[in-house]
Design a protein. Sequence first.
Length: 322
Amino acid sequence: MTRHFLRDDDLTQAEQSAILDLAVEMKRDRWGAKPLAGPQSVAVIFDKSSTRTRVSFHVGISDLGGSPLIISTANSQLGGKETPSDTARVLERMVSAIVWRTYGQAGLEEMAASTSVPVVNALSDDFHPCQLLADLLTIREHRGALAGQTIAFVGDGASNMAHSYLLACATAGMHVRVGSPSAFSPTPQVVTDAEQRAAETGGSVLVVTDPVAAVAGADVVVTDTWVSMGKEDEKQQRLDTFADYRVDDAMMAHAADDAVFMHCLPADRGYEVTADVIDGPRSIIWDEAENRLHAQKALLAWLLAANTASAATASAATAADN
């Protein structure tokens, strides 16, 4: 069975840890691994604008010995005449993996169900799992083991980032808190899924409306833009709604004395976070941004190896049956 990475809990705790271990090694020896030598091509498809995702995947695929094929849906048939499943069937004949930054999660699921090469969610409206691998790598670098750490997300709890923090951090055995207005709570099914995963890993999940209760004593404080792509017409309403969820020095004072601050970027300075925090000594956002490169390289290498092993097992089983 082909392994894909469409949401954070597609990985077990052990698999997530293995990918992070591999990312540490690839960061130490950046050009040592060449699983895409050939060069093999990886299709990287963009429905949405991007800086970090585009650069990190382009550079990362090149580092791995491959050729990044950057595709804009504005200049392709995907989303127009052609379905995700038909596109997947075409691409799998030519590329070794498909990376897609898109809107609806359903399109990713359709594409993954229709191809024998790994499909990676580079961002959807529901999840941003590649970002979370980078975030977990960054937390490991600055705070050591992930299990038992407390992470607090404040802001739009219904966002893709909040959903991914719930699933990825619960998978890592962390204590995840989300502080958001009740009208912007995380999707209930995602909360349920995160609670189930936390029960397996020793983590925990807490969703509250009080941002101070979320941040109190936390080891890591994170936030994200209040006005995501596609929500621009709601800007003023969102600014008013989230005003009490701004991460400033007063908010950070409720966290642990050695707490760090993270933001996936781009940041709307003065809105969800103040300049004093994002540029301050607790901020580790630039390491976080760099780690997109190393975490995504490790993910691609791990998926390619897992699928090669799965294919070999299936072939051996077929041979034995014959």
